[in-house]
Design a protein around this ligand. Structure first.
Ligand SMILES: [Fe+2]
Ligand SMILES: [Fe+2]
Length: 176
């Protein structure tokens, strides 16, 4: 399977499959991190944020699909047991402790920043040594960067709304 596709890779295939399986596990955890956040979220801008969480969840699932296909092309097998996901992932699942949108946005922001590091490292590893994994990693990196920006934008908006409310309430109290 993929004899020539594997021959042109200038890396240790087993080591590369191992790293890709870490990324594969992280994508499933990221998917679930967003999926569950969308279910439990409450607070300001809830419906917009839930829509964003659900969209990101679908994109993380798409990443898991791309990474799994690449692992198979390289002669490996994607992790077969979900019990292994938390064990091998470097970017860990963050159990939501509070359900307000601010906390959930922060949890997912940490996950996105870890994913950006993951794909930056994969790009560094495969640039000039494995063109196809490099292309895939660069495509995923671009989407993770967009995810980070979108979460930061929501956090900025919530912060601005909070400042406005504080100003508004203090004006009301002073009778301005
Ligand atoms: Fe992802
Ligand atoms: Fe992401």
């Amino acid at each position: 399977m993929g004899e020539m596709a594997q021959k042109i890779v200038k890396l240790d295939l087993e080591q590369l499959q191992k790293v890709l399986n870490e990324a594969f596990a992280e994508e499933w955890l990221a998917y679930y991190q967003y999926w569950i956040a969308a279910k439990v979220a409450m607070g300001l801008q809830r419906s917009d944020i839930v829509r964003e969480f659900n969209q990101h969840a679908q994109e993380e699932l798409q990443h898991a699909d791309w990474v799994a296909e690449r692992i198979i092309q390289l002669g490996g097998t994607p992790l077969l047991n979900p019990d292994e996901w938390s064990r091998v992932a470097i970017c860990k699942y963050i159990t939501p402790h509070k359900f307000d949108v601010l906390s959930l946005l922060h949890d997912n922001l940490l996950a996105e920043r870890c994913a950006i590091e993951r794909y930056k490292k994969l790009c560094d590893l495969t640039d000039d040594t494995d063109y196809e994994t490099f292309r895939m990693s660069r495509d995923i990196l671009q989407e993770e960067i967009e995810h980070e920006q979108e979460l930061e934008d929501f956090l900025d908006d919530l912060e601005a709304a909070k400042e406005f409310m504080i100003d508004y309430c203090s004006c009301e109290t002073k009778g301005e």
